[in-house]
Design a protein around this ligand. Structure first.
Ligand code: ADP
Ligand code: MG
Ligand code: ZN
Length: 471
């Protein structure tokens, strides 16, 4: 029998606030173990949380970026559980009244609905030493603000899950909400997955795979879990609802614990933090700070005539897309500018390990270079050299071209003189050409180009050479 996979995701994203969510410790990634802690975030009895409103602002931004309704009223709750990375023995989260609800993200195949986004605090990190057989706790991450984005079970394949996660990560980066570095754990994903016979409408029992930290492992874990659940059903056994751990090295899921229910956590309203009110005016003010989002940007680029793949490549990096937009202001030829960025600039940036944020070349200078290549001021080959020098010296393209004798001669009399000289020096080749051998044309072209040097304009040489040979 064929089975349909059903998937819902819970994405945790760390918010880019400078300090933690309920105290003033630094929220930055890393740091020497247990140096970014205080009585509040390490759970000292009697310490009181103080809400960092910057976290609410970023959560609202995330909600707007993911097409959610922003709730004027939201509140914090206590989720009680004991684990060594959680010194308070409860997590402050928004269970009953989240800050955002009912959003969606468009992926290439469909719309994936978002049920809710809520704010919560992160837990610390346990470091297991397999040699000494001990576990150490680092509380630096305790109290770093997170949002949790919970989808409806609308996803039907590993591909869709990866595309959705990538789209969320990109939207959060654009909005300045989260740096979405999956490898550092600033964006991580829990996958809820079940299968049902194809054509059925009744969802099967789900399992939840915790803490996946790359698109690749999301894909692999889903494929593995699909096969495991399918094999169980085919043997006539049942899928047990449980929480699983994915091991990237062995490529299998293992059971962590049986699935807990909400009532196991004894949720109750957090007594130490007042509810939060956000006015419509505050929401509008936050909305006004958002940049154009990747989705609408892509539509705009497609309307400019860019190929889908090129538009996708540009929007994948906001700094690069900004550079492109700025360059267009200097030379409004979208295809030409995009091609120069994708083919030449990106290659050079890759070679030198330069990111778009670090790019010091001015978009206006880059635009000028594209124009010079298009209007024949310099040859395509010279344009590549000029770009290389621009990246190294930040000089203006026209200055580089002039200093290196790269400005093409469009003076046909100069070309004519050169062509005449070459034809006179190669009577045999001329004869062969007239006898029908077109092969020698390239040879004569090459000779003329060499005589004229870097200023050679191939188009003009070709035209004059043809005219003279046809006579
Ligand atoms: P819980 O509170 O137990 O975590 P939720 O109802 O909040 O459960 O759902 C958590 C996630 O699981 C959501 O992303 C949801 O879309 C997904 N989900 C719910 N039921 C299923 C199912 N049968 N198969 C796959 N995913 C599911
Ligand atoms: Mg859950
Ligand atoms: Zn602290």
């Amino acid at each position: 029998m064929n089975y349909q996979t059903v998937i819902g995701l819970e994405i945790h994203a760390e918010l880019l606030t400078r300090s933690k969510v309920f105290c003033s410790c630094s929220a930055e990634f890393g740091g020497e173990e247990n140096t970014r802690v205080c009585p509040r975030c390490s759970g000292a009895p009697g310490s009181l949380p103080l809400f960092n409103r910057g976290a609410a602002e970023l959560a609202v931004k995330a909600g707007l970026a993911l097409n959610c309704k922003i709730n004027n009223f939201s509140a914090f709750d206590r989720k009680n559980y004991f684990y060594p990375d959680l010194p308070k023995a409860y997590q402050i989260t928004q269970f009953f009244s989240p800050i955002c609800s009912d959003g969606y993200v468009n992926i290439s195949t469909k719309k994936i609905r978002i049920n809710r986004i809520h704010i919560e605090e992160d837990a610390g990190k346990l470091i297991h030493d397999d040699v000494k057989k001990i576990s150490l706790a680092d509380y630096n991450r305790c109290g770093v603000p997170l949002i949790e984005i919970v989808t409806e079970p609308d996803i039907r394949s590993a591909e869709e899950a990866k595309e959705f996660t990538a789209a969320v990560a990109l939207a959060l980066k654009y909005a300045g909400v989260c740096d979405a570095r999956m490898e550092q754990g600033s964006l991580r994903c829990d996958v809820n997955i079940s299968i049902m016979p194809e054509g059925s409408e009744v969802f099967g029992t789900r399992t939840e795979i915790k803490n996946l930290n790359s698109l690749r492992s999301i894909g692999r874990a889903i494929e593995y879990e699909y096969s495991r659940q399918k094999a169980l059903l085919e043997k006539g056994e049942r899928v047990i609802q449980q929480t699983l751990h994915w091991d990237d090295a062995t490529g299998v899921t293992t059971a962590l614990r049986s699935k807990e229910e909400a009532h196991d956590y004894r949720y109750f309203p957090e007594p130490d933090i007042p509810p939060m009110f956000i006015t419509d005016e505050e929401i509008s003010a936050i909305a006004a700070t958002l940049p154009e989002m990747p989705e609408s940007r892509k539509v705009r680029y497609s309307n400019q005539g860019l190929a889908d793949a090129d538009a996708t490549l540009l929007i994948a990096d906001k700094a690069l897309a900004d550079f492109y937009d700025e360059a267009l202001k200097g030379y409004n030829n979208p295809k030409s500018v995009a091609t120069m960025i994708i083919v030449e600039l990106l290659r050079r940036m890759n070679d030198s390990g330069l990111s778009a944020e670090e790019l010091a070349v001015l978009p206006a200078d880059f635009a000028e270079l594209c124009k010079m290549a298009d209007d024949g001021t310099v040859s395509r080959g010279a344009a590549k050299d000029i770009l290389k020098q621009m990246l190294e010296t930040l000089k203006k393209p026209m200055d580089i071209a002039a200093e290196n004798g790269m400005i093409m001669s469009n003076d046909s009399s100069e070309v004519e003189t050169a062509v005449d000289k070459i034809l006179a020096a190669n009577p045999k080749a001329v004869e062969e050409f007239k006898g029908g051998s077109t092969k020698v044309f390239g040879f004569l072209m090459g000779q003329t180009c060499r005589t004229l040097g870097k200023s050679a304009n191939p188009a003009i040489i070709k035209k004059i050479l043809e005219e003279k040979l046809m006579k």
